[in-house]
Design a protein around this ligand. Structure first.
Ligand SMILES: *[C@@H]1O[C@H](CO)[C@@H](O)[C@H](O)[C@H]1NC(C)=O
Ligand SMILES: *[C@@H]1O[C@H](CO)[C@@H](O)[C@H](O)[C@H]1NC(C)=O
Ligand SMILES: *[C@@H]1O[C@H](CO)[C@@H](O)[C@H](O)[C@H]1NC(C)=O
Ligand SMILES: *[C@@H]1O[C@H](CO)[C@@H](O)[C@H](O)[C@H]1NC(C)=O
Ligand SMILES: *[C@@H]1O[C@H](CO)[C@@H](O)[C@H](O)[C@H]1NC(C)=O
Ligand SMILES: *[C@@H]1O[C@H](CO)[C@@H](O)[C@H](O)[C@H]1NC(C)=O
Length: 458
């Protein structure tokens, strides 16, 4: 079924180029040798390799271009047990059916799902063109803008995508108010945890918030697995933790992760939890990284490096189970707010909204106006299982159900208007849809509304 066929044939050995870029600085000779070997390997196999189109990124360039050379900070977690991009399975066996052991202590199945303060589903509504109040900030005025998301800067001239307001059917969203948001954040840590879509939402939040803080009273830490925006006068931080699979994995390095083989430790959520556990407001996501083929499981108790293999969705369920167990036993809802952001839709096949056509999001300038439109990139079985896991957590997690509203926004992706980390080849340039990014979102744009929803519930 085409629904599950999310992957697009990659025609370029781009990950390797990225590694090469990273390696220009002082990298030991041995590492260079390994990289060269990897490049050769990639060149010899890239025709058969599948990877999500433009899914990789180079967060080196995410931050302020004025920070001449962002320092890359290696995660301080070395040790024989830690997974990284060089991790391999000694052998792979069939999945044993093993589950993540629940810590038990906190599993409360009492209580009711938190009632929304209003009897209105803010996630059900429509997009309204509103160039009087949108965008909420200026692309060029945000020094923390990412070159991956700054579409206007990279040549997009139709700016309609910046001017849409989300209008729920039966009520209004609380109006964004930057001062009020800062008051909510006073003396607090707000942390986004997840993949590049979540990073986009974090950048959106930083851009929404930064304008009212004088330049000498705010700072951004160097790019690292945990990147921190600080505002002195509020004693508050807005942070992003790279953890695309939530549990420990071989993709935990934000720059040098492997794309071809996923290995996770389904029973180790702790490695990341140690970084997020002290945040006051947590915003998690995870989805797309589970959709690139089978995932290998390396259980912590497995001493000989033998992995089990599982399809992406089942592996995601295991990982979310481990995460839910952490939430259930560690989160006191009176002290900590936890949000989960549902799947971010992609617009890879224009035939889904324009039957008979063969493109993707390239050239799209306006939202889809078919009420309830649902594209093939948003996997319903995944949504069901996420719903099941979240409902077992009762009031401890708020769902930011952004899937449906973002589904309408085929016009919101960068397509060709972003920085591409690898040089584009002539045959790509002559066929723009072939290298269009229909996964991430331009800023200002759709993720700003996700943050307005967060503000609404905070
Ligand atoms: C980083 O690792 C070194 C050596 O293992 C250790 O001494 C140091 O305390 C660690 N720093 C942090 C912040 O964990
Ligand atoms: C807003 O959009 C309307 C309708 O497209 C247009 O007439 C008007 O000039 C726009 N206003 C601004 C400030 O761009
Ligand atoms: C964005 O910047 C332009 C040019 O600097 C300015 O004219 C416009 O008012 C700004 N818009 C906002 C929302 O700050
Ligand atoms: C600043 O915020 C932290 C929590 O993020 C808190 O522990 C600390 O007491 C705050 N400092 C002041 C001076 O309020
Ligand atoms: C793989 O197996 C060998 C031999 O059994 C062992 O020495 C090695 O430590 C194993 N690798 C891992 C990652 O466990
Ligand atoms: C999100 O909303 C969709 C309808 O748009 C619904 O089918 C789905 O179950 C919801 N997901 C969660 C986790 O609540």
């Amino acid at each position: 079924m085409e629904f599950s066929n999310f992957r697009v044939k990659s025609k370029s050995p781009s990950t390797t180029m990225q590694k090469l870029k990273w390696s220009r600085k002082k990298v030991p000779f041995f590492t260079l040798l390994v990289l060269v070997l990897l490049i050769l390997l990639a060149f010899s196999t890239f025709h058969s390799e599948h990877s999500i189109i433009q899914f990789h990124e180079n967060p080196h360039h995410v931050l302020n271009p004025q920070q001449a050379s962002p320092i890359y900070v290696k995660p301080n977690l070395s040790g024989p047990d830690v997974l990284d991009r060089f991790s391999r399975c000694n052998k792979t066996i069939e999945y044993s059916g093993r589950k993540v052991a629940s810590s038990g202590s906190g599993s409360q199945h009492s209580g009711h799902r938190r009632e929304s303060s209003e009897r209105c589903d803010v996630f059900s509504g429509k997009w309204v063109f509103d160039n009087a109040s949108y965008p909420l900030y200026n692309e060029s005025n945000c020094p923390y803008m990412s070159d991956q998301l700054a579409c206007h800067k990279h040549g997009r001239s139709d700016l309609g995508y910046q001017h849409w307001r989300w209008q729920p059917h039966n009520c209004n969203l609380k109006r964004w108010n930057v001062k009020e948001m800062w008051e909510k954040l006073r003396n607090k840590r707000l942390m986004f945890v997840g993949d590049s879509l979540n990073r986009g939402q974090w950048i959106s939040m930083v851009c929404l918030l930064q304008s009212v803080i004088p330049a000498d009273k705010r700072s951004m830490s160097p790019n690292a697995p945990l990147t921190i925006f600080r505002a002195e006068e509020y004693n508050a931080t807005v942070e992003f933790l790279w953890a695309p699979l939530l549990v420990e994995s071989n993709s935990d390095d934000p720059v040098n992760h492997r794309l071809d083989e996923r290995i996770i430790r389904p029973d180790s959520v702790l490695k990341h939890a140690s970084k997020w556990e002290h945040a006051d407001i947590l915003v998690f996501n995870t989805y797309l990284w589970w959709r690139q083929g089978p995932v290998k499981l390396l259980w912590s108790s497995e001493e000989n490096g033998a992995c089990e293999e599982l399809d992406g969705q089942e592996a995601m369920e295991l990982a979310m189970g481990a995460w839910a167990d952490w939430v259930s036993s560690k989160v006191d809802p009176l002290k900590k707010r936890v949000f989960f952001v549902t799947m971010s839709p992609t617009h890879l096949w224009s035939r889904e909204w324009k039957p008979g056509s063969e493109g993707n999001c390239y050239g799209e300038k306006s939202p889809i106006d078919i009420e309830g439109y649902w594209g093939g990139g948003s996997d319903l079985p995944t949504m069901r299982s996420v719903e099941k896991i979240l409902s077992s957590l009762n009031s401890k997690v708020y769902v930011l159900n952004i899937t449906q509203l973002s589904e309408y926004r085929k016009d919101g992706h960068p397509s060709i208007f972003r920085k591409f980390w690898e040089p584009l080849r002539p045959e790509q340039l002559s066929n723009p849809p072939s290298y269009s990014d229909c996964i991430h979102w331009c800023l200002p744009g759709v993720p700003d509304v996700w943050n307005e929803l967060l503000f609404h519930f905070l």
